[in-house]
Design a protein around this ligand. Sequence first.
Ligand SMILES: [Zn+2]
Length: 562
Amino acid sequence: MENTNLPNISSDKTSQDLSDKLGQLDAKGKEKDIEAKAESLGMPYIDLHGFPVSIGAIALIPEETAKQDHVVCFFYSGKEVRVGTSEPMSPQVKLISDELKEKKHVNVKIYLISDDSLNFALELYAKVPKYKEVVGTVEITQSDVDNFQVEVGDFDDLQEKVNTVNISELVTLLIASALKTKSSDIHVEAEEKDVKVRFRIDGILNTVAIIKLENWPKIISRIKLLAGLKINVDKKPQDGRFTIDLTEDKVDVRVSTVPTSYGESVVMRLLRSSAAGLEFSDIGLRGKSFVDLKHEIQRPNGMIISTGPTGSGKTTTLYAILNKLNKPETKIISLEDPIEYRLEGINQSQIDHSKDYTFAKGLKSIVRQDPDVIMVGEIRDLETADVSLNAALTGHLVISTIHTNSASGAIPRFLAMGVKPFLLSPALNAVIGQRLVRKICESCKVEDPIDNDAMTKILNILNKIPIKSAERLEEEVLSNLKFYKGKGCSKCHNLGYSGRIGIFEIMTMNPEIEKVILSEKVSEFEIQEIAINNGMVTMVQDGLLKAIDGLTSVEEVFKVAE
Ligand SMILES: [Zn+2]
Protein backbone atom coordinates (compact mmCIF):
# COMPACT_ATOMS: atom_id res chain seq x y z
CA MET A 1 0.00 0.00 0.00
CA GLU A 2 1.04 3.56 -0.57
CA ASN A 3 0.84 6.22 2.14
CA THR A 4 2.15 3.95 4.86
CA ASN A 5 3.36 7.07 6.65
CA LEU A 6 -0.16 8.38 7.28
CA PRO A 7 -1.02 8.64 10.97
CA ASN A 8 -3.52 6.27 12.47
CA ILE A 9 -6.90 7.79 11.60
CA SER A 10 -9.07 5.02 12.86
CA SER A 11 -10.74 6.97 15.70
CA ASP A 12 -13.68 9.17 14.71
CA LYS A 13 -12.38 12.21 16.50
CA THR A 14 -9.03 12.20 14.76
CA SER A 15 -10.65 11.64 11.41
CA GLN A 16 -12.98 14.61 12.07
CA ASP A 17 -9.99 16.78 13.02
CA LEU A 18 -8.15 15.78 9.91
CA SER A 19 -11.07 16.46 7.62
CA ASP A 20 -11.51 19.89 9.32
CA LYS A 21 -7.85 20.58 8.71
CA LEU A 22 -8.09 19.48 5.09
CA GLY A 23 -11.20 21.69 4.74
CA GLN A 24 -9.30 24.67 6.10
CA LEU A 25 -6.39 23.98 3.79
CA ASP A 26 -8.84 23.66 0.94
CA ALA A 27 -10.49 27.02 1.84
CA LYS A 28 -7.07 28.64 2.08
CA GLY A 29 -6.18 27.23 -1.31
CA LYS A 30 -9.39 28.63 -2.80
CA GLU A 31 -8.69 32.08 -1.35
CA LYS A 32 -5.19 31.90 -2.90
CA ASP A 33 -6.75 31.07 -6.29
CA ILE A 34 -9.13 34.04 -6.08
CA GLU A 35 -6.28 36.31 -5.04
CA ALA A 36 -4.31 35.20 -8.11
CA LYS A 37 -7.36 35.72 -10.32
CA ALA A 38 -7.76 39.28 -8.96
CA GLU A 39 -4.15 39.99 -9.78
CA SER A 40 -4.56 38.79 -13.36
CA LEU A 41 -7.68 40.99 -13.69
CA GLY A 42 -5.81 43.96 -12.22
CA MET A 43 -8.32 44.45 -9.40
CA PRO A 44 -7.92 44.40 -5.59
CA TYR A 45 -8.79 41.29 -3.59
CA ILE A 46 -9.99 40.88 0.00
CA ASP A 47 -10.84 38.00 2.34
CA LEU A 48 -13.87 39.19 4.33
CA HIS A 49 -13.59 36.55 7.08
CA GLY A 50 -12.87 38.48 10.22
CA PHE A 51 -13.10 41.86 8.49
CA PRO A 52 -15.08 44.25 10.75
CA VAL A 53 -18.03 45.07 8.50
CA SER A 54 -20.20 47.93 9.79
CA ILE A 55 -23.98 47.73 9.55
CA GLY A 56 -23.97 51.12 7.80
CA ALA A 57 -21.86 49.60 5.04
CA ILE A 58 -23.70 46.31 4.58
CA ALA A 59 -27.07 48.10 4.47
CA LEU A 60 -26.02 50.33 1.55
CA ILE A 61 -27.01 47.56 -0.86
CA PRO A 62 -30.46 45.98 -0.36
CA GLU A 63 -30.36 42.32 0.65
CA GLU A 64 -32.28 41.14 -2.45
CA THR A 65 -29.86 42.86 -4.82
CA ALA A 66 -26.85 41.56 -2.93
CA LYS A 67 -28.02 37.95 -3.14
CA GLN A 68 -29.14 38.16 -6.76
CA ASP A 69 -26.06 39.96 -8.09
CA HIS A 70 -23.40 38.47 -5.78
CA VAL A 71 -22.25 41.85 -4.52
CA VAL A 72 -21.87 43.24 -1.00
CA CYS A 73 -20.74 46.53 0.43
CA PHE A 74 -18.21 45.92 3.24
CA PHE A 75 -16.75 49.35 3.95
CA TYR A 76 -18.23 52.86 4.13
CA SER A 77 -16.32 55.83 5.48
CA GLY A 78 -18.57 58.66 4.32
CA LYS A 79 -16.13 59.43 1.51
CA GLU A 80 -15.35 55.99 0.23
CA VAL A 81 -17.33 52.84 -0.38
CA ARG A 82 -15.78 49.41 -1.00
CA VAL A 83 -17.85 46.66 -2.55
CA GLY A 84 -16.90 43.03 -2.98
CA THR A 85 -18.17 40.71 -5.71
CA SER A 86 -17.57 37.17 -6.89
CA GLU A 87 -18.77 38.18 -10.38
CA PRO A 88 -16.25 40.78 -11.50
CA MET A 89 -17.47 40.76 -15.13
CA SER A 90 -21.14 41.29 -14.30
CA PRO A 91 -22.60 44.48 -15.82
CA GLN A 92 -25.00 44.56 -12.83
CA VAL A 93 -22.10 45.08 -10.43
CA LYS A 94 -20.90 48.06 -12.46
CA LEU A 95 -24.45 49.47 -12.46
CA ILE A 96 -24.81 49.08 -8.68
CA SER A 97 -21.50 50.78 -7.96
CA ASP A 98 -22.28 53.66 -10.34
CA GLU A 99 -25.59 54.16 -8.57
CA LEU A 100 -23.86 54.23 -5.17
CA LYS A 101 -21.35 56.76 -6.48
CA GLU A 102 -24.14 59.07 -7.59
CA LYS A 103 -26.46 58.67 -4.61
CA LYS A 104 -23.88 58.88 -1.84
CA HIS A 105 -21.31 61.16 -3.52
CA VAL A 106 -18.53 58.73 -2.75
CA ASN A 107 -15.70 56.94 -4.51
CA VAL A 108 -16.48 53.29 -5.07
CA LYS A 109 -13.79 50.62 -5.19
CA ILE A 110 -14.65 47.11 -6.41
CA TYR A 111 -12.87 44.12 -4.84
CA LEU A 112 -12.85 40.50 -5.94
CA ILE A 113 -14.03 38.14 -3.17
CA SER A 114 -14.50 34.38 -2.94
CA ASP A 115 -17.95 32.75 -2.74
CA ASP A 116 -17.10 31.98 0.89
CA SER A 117 -16.48 35.65 1.63
CA LEU A 118 -19.71 36.56 -0.14
CA ASN A 119 -21.78 34.10 1.89
CA PHE A 120 -20.12 35.27 5.08
CA ALA A 121 -21.12 38.88 4.32
CA LEU A 122 -24.65 37.93 3.23
CA GLU A 123 -25.24 36.39 6.65
CA LEU A 124 -24.75 39.83 8.19
CA TYR A 125 -28.05 40.99 6.68
CA ALA A 126 -29.79 39.03 9.44
CA LYS A 127 -28.51 41.66 11.86
CA VAL A 128 -29.63 44.67 9.83
CA PRO A 129 -32.80 46.31 11.15
CA LYS A 130 -35.41 46.61 8.41
CA TYR A 131 -35.56 50.18 7.21
CA LYS A 132 -36.43 51.56 3.82
CA GLU A 133 -33.05 53.17 3.70
CA VAL A 134 -30.87 52.61 6.69
CA VAL A 135 -28.19 55.21 6.39
CA GLY A 136 -29.28 58.79 6.82
CA THR A 137 -32.66 58.10 8.40
CA VAL A 138 -31.21 56.80 11.60
CA GLU A 139 -31.64 59.59 14.03
CA ILE A 140 -33.76 60.52 16.97
CA THR A 141 -35.52 63.87 16.80
CA GLN A 142 -37.36 66.22 19.13
CA SER A 143 -40.74 65.02 17.84
CA ASP A 144 -39.87 61.35 18.48
CA VAL A 145 -38.92 62.26 22.02
CA ASP A 146 -42.07 64.41 22.49
CA ASN A 147 -44.39 61.66 21.27
CA PHE A 148 -43.09 59.09 23.69
CA GLN A 149 -42.80 61.49 26.59
CA VAL A 150 -46.52 62.23 26.35
CA GLU A 151 -47.36 58.53 26.25
CA VAL A 152 -45.11 57.43 29.09
CA GLY A 153 -46.31 58.77 32.44
CA ASP A 154 -44.57 56.41 34.83
CA PHE A 155 -42.47 53.26 34.77
CA ASP A 156 -45.56 51.00 34.53
CA ASP A 157 -46.48 52.81 31.30
CA LEU A 158 -42.93 52.29 30.09
CA GLN A 159 -43.03 48.53 30.79
CA GLU A 160 -46.34 48.24 28.93
CA LYS A 161 -45.09 50.29 25.99
CA VAL A 162 -41.85 48.30 25.76
CA ASN A 163 -43.90 45.21 24.85
CA THR A 164 -46.02 46.92 22.22
CA VAL A 165 -43.76 49.24 20.16
CA ASN A 166 -41.77 47.87 17.27
CA ILE A 167 -38.09 47.30 17.71
CA SER A 168 -36.91 50.32 15.75
CA GLU A 169 -38.98 52.51 18.08
CA LEU A 170 -37.93 50.78 21.26
CA VAL A 171 -34.55 52.47 21.52
CA THR A 172 -36.18 55.87 20.96
CA LEU A 173 -38.76 55.02 23.63
CA LEU A 174 -36.03 54.18 26.17
CA ILE A 175 -34.09 57.37 25.43
CA ALA A 176 -37.21 59.56 25.55
CA SER A 177 -38.18 58.04 28.91
CA ALA A 178 -34.65 58.45 30.25
CA LEU A 179 -34.64 62.13 29.27
CA LYS A 180 -38.04 62.65 30.88
CA THR A 181 -36.90 61.12 34.17
CA LYS A 182 -33.59 63.05 34.03
CA SER A 183 -31.63 59.80 34.04
CA SER A 184 -27.88 60.00 33.51
CA ASP A 185 -27.41 56.47 32.15
CA ILE A 186 -29.42 53.71 30.50
CA HIS A 187 -28.19 50.17 31.27
CA VAL A 188 -29.50 47.39 29.06
CA GLU A 189 -28.24 44.03 30.27
CA ALA A 190 -28.82 40.63 28.74
CA GLU A 191 -29.50 38.07 31.46
CA GLU A 192 -30.32 34.36 31.39
CA LYS A 193 -34.07 34.66 30.71
CA ASP A 194 -34.64 38.26 29.66
CA VAL A 195 -33.09 41.67 29.17
CA LYS A 196 -33.16 44.13 32.04
CA VAL A 197 -33.38 47.89 31.45
CA ARG A 198 -32.19 50.08 34.29
CA PHE A 199 -32.04 53.89 34.50
CA ARG A 200 -29.59 55.71 36.74
CA ILE A 201 -31.57 58.53 38.33
CA ASP A 202 -29.80 60.85 40.77
CA GLY A 203 -26.98 58.34 41.07
CA ILE A 204 -29.13 55.28 41.83
CA LEU A 205 -29.95 52.46 39.38
CA ASN A 206 -33.67 51.63 39.07
CA THR A 207 -35.05 48.69 37.09
CA VAL A 208 -37.62 50.23 34.76
CA ALA A 209 -38.45 47.55 32.18
CA ILE A 210 -37.87 43.95 31.12
CA ILE A 211 -37.44 43.10 27.43
CA LYS A 212 -37.87 39.68 25.83
CA LEU A 213 -34.55 37.98 25.17
CA GLU A 214 -35.49 37.11 21.58
CA ASN A 215 -35.70 40.82 20.68
CA TRP A 216 -32.25 41.63 22.02
CA PRO A 217 -30.13 40.97 18.86
CA LYS A 218 -32.21 43.44 16.83
CA ILE A 219 -32.23 46.06 19.59
CA ILE A 220 -28.49 45.90 19.99
CA SER A 221 -28.08 46.18 16.21
CA ARG A 222 -30.21 49.34 16.28
CA ILE A 223 -28.08 50.81 19.08
CA LYS A 224 -24.86 49.88 17.26
CA LEU A 225 -26.18 51.47 14.10
CA LEU A 226 -26.97 54.73 15.94
CA ALA A 227 -23.56 54.79 17.60
CA GLY A 228 -21.53 53.83 14.52
CA LEU A 229 -20.30 50.52 16.01
CA LYS A 230 -19.35 47.37 14.13
CA ILE A 231 -22.39 45.14 14.02
CA ASN A 232 -20.58 41.84 13.65
CA VAL A 233 -18.16 42.44 16.51
CA ASP A 234 -19.76 41.05 19.69
CA LYS A 235 -16.88 39.40 21.52
CA LYS A 236 -15.02 42.64 22.23
CA PRO A 237 -16.05 45.82 24.04
CA GLN A 238 -16.83 48.76 21.75
CA ASP A 239 -17.33 52.50 22.32
CA GLY A 240 -19.25 54.94 20.17
CA ARG A 241 -21.54 57.93 20.36
CA PHE A 242 -24.37 59.79 18.72
CA THR A 243 -26.10 63.11 19.24
CA ILE A 244 -29.75 64.01 19.64
CA ASP A 245 -30.55 67.58 18.64
CA LEU A 246 -33.44 68.84 20.70
CA THR A 247 -34.99 72.28 20.33
CA GLU A 248 -33.58 73.62 23.57
CA ASP A 249 -30.75 71.25 24.23
CA LYS A 250 -28.31 68.85 22.66
CA VAL A 251 -27.83 65.40 24.12
CA ASP A 252 -24.59 63.58 23.53
CA VAL A 253 -25.11 59.83 23.95
CA ARG A 254 -21.94 57.83 24.77
CA VAL A 255 -22.46 54.16 24.06
CA SER A 256 -20.36 51.32 25.34
CA THR A 257 -20.95 47.61 24.78
CA VAL A 258 -19.36 44.69 26.61
CA PRO A 259 -19.67 40.97 25.94
CA THR A 260 -21.30 38.99 28.78
CA SER A 261 -22.23 35.33 29.19
CA TYR A 262 -25.78 35.92 27.90
CA GLY A 263 -24.99 38.31 25.06
CA GLU A 264 -23.81 41.87 24.98
CA SER A 265 -24.73 44.50 27.54
CA VAL A 266 -24.97 48.17 26.70
CA VAL A 267 -24.61 51.35 28.71
CA MET A 268 -25.73 54.63 27.18
CA ARG A 269 -24.63 57.76 29.04
CA LEU A 270 -26.73 60.82 28.33
CA LEU A 271 -24.83 64.09 28.46
CA ARG A 272 -26.98 67.19 28.16
CA SER A 273 -25.13 70.32 27.12
CA SER A 274 -27.39 72.43 29.36
CA ALA A 275 -26.26 70.53 32.45
CA ALA A 276 -22.90 72.30 32.32
CA GLY A 277 -24.55 75.64 33.05
CA LEU A 278 -24.72 75.07 36.79
CA GLU A 279 -24.08 78.36 38.61
CA PHE A 280 -21.54 78.61 41.40
CA SER A 281 -24.30 79.86 43.71
CA ASP A 282 -26.45 76.78 42.93
CA ILE A 283 -24.11 73.88 43.73
CA GLY A 284 -25.10 73.84 47.39
CA LEU A 285 -22.40 75.78 49.22
CA ARG A 286 -23.72 77.56 52.28
CA GLY A 287 -22.53 80.00 54.95
CA LYS A 288 -18.81 80.17 55.64
CA SER A 289 -18.03 77.49 53.01
CA PHE A 290 -19.60 79.62 50.29
CA VAL A 291 -17.84 82.82 51.43
CA ASP A 292 -14.46 81.08 51.80
CA LEU A 293 -14.48 79.36 48.42
CA LYS A 294 -15.82 82.45 46.61
CA HIS A 295 -12.92 84.41 48.07
CA GLU A 296 -10.35 81.77 47.08
CA ILE A 297 -11.45 81.44 43.46
CA GLN A 298 -11.14 85.18 42.98
CA ARG A 299 -7.46 85.21 43.82
CA PRO A 300 -5.19 85.70 40.80
CA ASN A 301 -2.97 82.71 41.51
CA GLY A 302 -2.61 79.54 43.52
CA MET A 303 -4.25 76.15 43.39
CA ILE A 304 -7.74 74.96 44.27
CA ILE A 305 -8.28 71.21 44.50
CA SER A 306 -11.58 69.36 44.47
CA THR A 307 -11.54 65.90 46.09
CA GLY A 308 -13.88 62.96 46.32
CA PRO A 309 -14.48 59.50 44.87
CA THR A 310 -15.84 58.95 41.34
CA GLY A 311 -19.38 60.28 41.01
CA SER A 312 -19.09 62.77 43.88
CA GLY A 313 -19.60 65.78 41.61
CA LYS A 314 -15.96 67.03 41.54
CA THR A 315 -16.06 67.92 37.85
CA THR A 316 -19.43 69.66 38.12
CA THR A 317 -17.97 71.85 40.86
CA LEU A 318 -14.98 72.73 38.68
CA TYR A 319 -17.30 73.64 35.80
CA ALA A 320 -19.37 75.83 38.14
CA ILE A 321 -16.17 77.62 39.23
CA LEU A 322 -15.15 78.08 35.57
CA ASN A 323 -18.62 79.46 34.78
CA LYS A 324 -18.19 82.01 37.55
CA LEU A 325 -14.71 83.04 36.34
CA ASN A 326 -15.66 83.03 32.65
CA LYS A 327 -15.50 86.67 31.56
CA PRO A 328 -14.24 88.17 28.27
CA GLU A 329 -11.17 89.65 29.96
CA THR A 330 -10.15 86.31 31.52
CA LYS A 331 -8.37 83.66 29.48
CA ILE A 332 -9.31 80.18 30.64
CA ILE A 333 -7.79 76.97 29.27
CA SER A 334 -8.80 73.48 30.33
CA LEU A 335 -7.10 70.15 29.90
CA GLU A 336 -9.58 67.30 30.22
CA ASP A 337 -9.89 63.55 29.87
CA PRO A 338 -12.54 63.39 28.51
CA ILE A 339 -14.21 66.77 27.82
CA GLU A 340 -17.58 66.21 29.47
CA TYR A 341 -19.31 69.44 28.53
CA ARG A 342 -18.59 72.18 26.05
CA LEU A 343 -18.25 75.57 27.73
CA GLU A 344 -18.47 78.67 25.59
CA GLY A 345 -15.56 81.07 25.93
CA ILE A 346 -13.19 78.46 27.38
CA ASN A 347 -10.42 76.78 25.39
CA GLN A 348 -10.95 73.11 26.14
CA SER A 349 -8.26 70.64 25.25
CA GLN A 350 -8.61 66.86 25.22
CA ILE A 351 -5.92 64.52 26.53
CA ASP A 352 -4.86 61.96 23.93
CA HIS A 353 -2.78 59.10 25.36
CA SER A 354 -2.37 57.49 21.93
CA LYS A 355 -0.53 60.62 20.77
CA ASP A 356 1.31 60.94 24.08
CA TYR A 357 -0.58 64.19 24.79
CA THR A 358 -0.71 63.74 28.58
CA PHE A 359 -1.81 66.10 31.37
CA ALA A 360 1.84 66.97 32.04
CA LYS A 361 2.76 67.60 28.38
CA GLY A 362 -0.47 69.49 27.69
CA LEU A 363 0.08 71.68 30.74
CA LYS A 364 3.56 72.68 29.63
CA SER A 365 2.24 73.97 26.30
CA ILE A 366 -0.83 75.59 27.88
CA VAL A 367 1.29 77.70 30.22
CA ARG A 368 2.97 79.23 27.15
CA GLN A 369 -0.50 80.39 25.95
CA ASP A 370 -0.57 82.99 28.74
CA PRO A 371 -3.82 81.90 30.45
CA ASP A 372 -5.22 83.44 33.66
CA VAL A 373 -7.00 80.29 34.77
CA ILE A 374 -6.04 76.68 34.04
CA MET A 375 -8.26 73.69 34.72
CA VAL A 376 -6.50 70.33 34.89
CA GLY A 377 -8.97 67.42 34.83
CA GLU A 378 -7.10 65.32 37.37
CA ILE A 379 -3.73 65.24 39.08
CA ARG A 380 -2.59 61.65 39.45
CA ASP A 381 1.19 61.67 38.99
CA LEU A 382 4.19 63.64 40.19
CA GLU A 383 4.96 65.25 36.84
CA THR A 384 1.45 66.69 36.46
CA ALA A 385 1.48 67.79 40.11
CA ASP A 386 4.83 69.58 39.69
CA VAL A 387 3.87 71.43 36.50
CA SER A 388 0.51 72.41 38.06
CA LEU A 389 2.15 73.72 41.24
CA ASN A 390 4.72 75.69 39.21
CA ALA A 391 1.90 77.27 37.18
CA ALA A 392 0.06 78.12 40.42
CA LEU A 393 3.21 79.76 41.80
CA THR A 394 3.84 81.83 38.65
CA GLY A 395 0.69 83.90 38.35
CA HIS A 396 -2.01 81.42 37.30
CA LEU A 397 -5.06 80.19 39.12
CA VAL A 398 -5.01 76.40 38.74
CA ILE A 399 -8.06 74.30 39.54
CA SER A 400 -8.01 70.53 39.51
CA THR A 401 -9.23 67.32 41.14
CA ILE A 402 -7.49 64.64 43.15
CA HIS A 403 -8.82 61.27 44.22
CA THR A 404 -9.04 61.31 48.04
CA ASN A 405 -11.90 60.82 50.47
CA SER A 406 -11.68 64.11 52.34
CA ALA A 407 -10.31 67.62 51.92
CA SER A 408 -7.59 66.99 54.51
CA GLY A 409 -6.49 63.85 52.62
CA ALA A 410 -5.29 65.90 49.64
CA ILE A 411 -2.08 67.09 51.32
CA PRO A 412 -0.76 63.64 52.35
CA ARG A 413 -1.73 62.43 48.83
CA PHE A 414 0.38 65.16 47.16
CA LEU A 415 3.34 64.39 49.41
CA ALA A 416 2.99 60.65 48.75
CA MET A 417 3.30 61.42 45.02
CA GLY A 418 6.66 62.99 45.78
CA VAL A 419 5.73 66.68 45.68
CA LYS A 420 8.18 68.92 47.56
CA PRO A 421 6.59 70.41 50.71
CA PHE A 422 8.16 73.83 50.02
CA LEU A 423 6.31 73.94 46.64
CA LEU A 424 2.97 72.67 47.95
CA SER A 425 2.72 74.89 50.99
CA PRO A 426 2.79 78.30 49.21
CA ALA A 427 0.86 77.10 46.11
CA LEU A 428 -2.24 75.57 47.69
CA ASN A 429 -5.16 77.97 48.34
CA ALA A 430 -8.02 75.67 49.19
CA VAL A 431 -9.24 72.08 49.07
CA ILE A 432 -12.86 71.14 48.51
CA GLY A 433 -14.22 67.85 49.86
CA GLN A 434 -17.59 66.82 48.51
CA ARG A 435 -20.29 64.20 48.01
CA LEU A 436 -23.67 64.26 46.27
CA VAL A 437 -26.93 63.59 48.08
CA ARG A 438 -30.39 63.27 46.55
CA LYS A 439 -32.84 66.12 47.11
CA ILE A 440 -36.21 65.32 48.65
CA CYS A 441 -39.07 65.75 46.14
CA GLU A 442 -40.84 69.00 47.06
CA SER A 443 -44.22 67.63 45.96
CA CYS A 444 -44.38 64.74 48.42
CA LYS A 445 -42.19 65.89 51.32
CA VAL A 446 -43.34 64.71 54.76
CA GLU A 447 -41.80 64.72 58.22
CA ASP A 448 -39.62 61.67 58.92
CA PRO A 449 -39.50 60.70 62.61
CA ILE A 450 -35.98 59.75 63.78
CA ASP A 451 -35.38 57.11 66.47
CA ASN A 452 -33.41 57.87 69.64
CA ASP A 453 -30.18 56.19 68.61
CA ALA A 454 -30.01 58.08 65.33
CA MET A 455 -30.90 61.33 67.10
CA THR A 456 -28.06 60.84 69.61
CA LYS A 457 -25.64 60.27 66.75
CA ILE A 458 -26.94 63.35 64.89
CA LEU A 459 -26.68 65.59 67.98
CA ASN A 460 -23.19 64.34 68.63
CA ILE A 461 -22.11 65.41 65.13
CA LEU A 462 -23.94 68.74 65.22
CA ASN A 463 -22.44 69.62 68.62
CA LYS A 464 -18.97 69.42 67.08
CA ILE A 465 -19.68 72.15 64.52
CA PRO A 466 -16.88 74.67 65.21
CA ILE A 467 -17.79 77.96 66.85
CA LYS A 468 -15.70 79.86 64.31
CA SER A 469 -17.95 78.65 61.49
CA ALA A 470 -20.92 80.61 62.87
CA GLU A 471 -23.06 77.62 61.84
CA ARG A 472 -23.72 76.25 65.33
CA LEU A 473 -27.39 75.75 66.09
CA GLU A 474 -29.08 77.23 69.17
CA GLU A 475 -29.91 74.84 72.04
CA GLU A 476 -33.56 75.51 71.39
CA VAL A 477 -33.29 74.37 67.78
CA LEU A 478 -31.22 71.32 68.73
CA SER A 479 -33.81 70.13 71.24
CA ASN A 480 -36.57 70.23 68.65
CA LEU A 481 -34.99 68.90 65.44
CA LYS A 482 -37.22 67.83 62.55
CA PHE A 483 -36.20 65.76 59.51
CA TYR A 484 -37.96 64.92 56.27
CA LYS A 485 -38.36 62.40 53.46
CA GLY A 486 -40.33 62.09 50.21
CA LYS A 487 -43.15 59.57 50.36
CA GLY A 488 -43.26 59.18 46.56
CA CYS A 489 -45.52 60.79 43.96
CA SER A 490 -45.99 61.00 40.20
CA LYS A 491 -43.60 63.96 39.92
CA CYS A 492 -40.66 61.96 41.32
CA HIS A 493 -41.66 58.63 39.67
CA ASN A 494 -42.38 57.34 43.20
CA LEU A 495 -38.73 57.63 44.23
CA GLY A 496 -39.27 60.35 46.84
CA TYR A 497 -36.26 62.25 45.53
CA SER A 498 -35.68 64.58 42.61
CA GLY A 499 -32.31 66.05 41.68
CA ARG A 500 -29.11 66.15 43.71
CA ILE A 501 -27.13 68.65 45.73
CA GLY A 502 -23.55 68.70 46.96
CA ILE A 503 -22.49 68.46 50.59
CA PHE A 504 -19.15 70.13 51.15
CA GLU A 505 -16.19 70.82 53.38
CA ILE A 506 -13.92 73.69 52.38
CA MET A 507 -10.41 73.67 53.80
CA THR A 508 -8.49 76.89 53.28
CA MET A 509 -4.76 77.29 53.83
CA ASN A 510 -3.53 78.87 57.04
CA PRO A 511 -0.12 79.27 58.73
CA GLU A 512 -0.70 76.27 61.00
CA ILE A 513 -1.38 73.87 58.09
CA GLU A 514 1.60 75.32 56.19
CA LYS A 515 3.77 74.58 59.21
CA VAL A 516 2.59 70.98 59.34
CA ILE A 517 3.29 70.51 55.61
CA LEU A 518 6.82 71.86 55.98
CA SER A 519 7.47 69.64 59.01
CA GLU A 520 7.06 66.66 56.63
CA LYS A 521 5.33 64.71 59.43
CA VAL A 522 1.88 65.08 57.94
CA SER A 523 -1.15 63.14 59.10
CA GLU A 524 -4.60 63.54 57.57
CA PHE A 525 -6.11 63.53 61.06
CA GLU A 526 -3.91 66.38 62.30
CA ILE A 527 -4.72 68.53 59.27
CA GLN A 528 -8.44 67.83 59.71
CA GLU A 529 -8.23 68.93 63.39
CA ILE A 530 -6.49 72.18 62.48
CA ALA A 531 -9.02 72.93 59.73
CA ILE A 532 -11.94 72.28 62.11
CA ASN A 533 -10.40 74.51 64.79
CA ASN A 534 -10.27 77.20 62.14
CA GLY A 535 -13.96 76.89 61.43
CA MET A 536 -14.30 74.16 58.74
CA VAL A 537 -17.74 72.55 58.72
CA THR A 538 -17.26 68.89 57.72
CA MET A 539 -19.20 67.13 54.94
CA VAL A 540 -21.38 65.16 57.35
CA GLN A 541 -22.16 68.32 59.37
CA ASP A 542 -22.99 70.22 56.18
CA GLY A 543 -25.20 67.31 55.08
CA LEU A 544 -27.13 67.25 58.37
CA LEU A 545 -27.63 71.02 58.23
CA LYS A 546 -29.13 70.50 54.76
CA ALA A 547 -31.35 67.72 56.14
CA ILE A 548 -32.57 70.10 58.87
CA ASP A 549 -33.35 72.60 56.09
CA GLY A 550 -35.48 69.87 54.46
CA LEU A 551 -33.28 69.62 51.36
CA THR A 552 -32.27 65.99 51.86
CA SER A 553 -32.86 63.07 54.25
CA VAL A 554 -30.68 61.84 57.12
CA GLU A 555 -30.48 58.48 55.34
CA GLU A 556 -28.92 60.09 52.25
CA VAL A 557 -26.32 61.96 54.30
CA PHE A 558 -25.21 58.91 56.28
CA LYS A 559 -25.02 56.87 53.09
CA VAL A 560 -22.24 59.06 51.67
CA ALA A 561 -20.59 60.67 54.71
CA GLU A 562 -20.04 59.66 58.32
ZN1 LIG B 1 -42.53 63.19 44.86
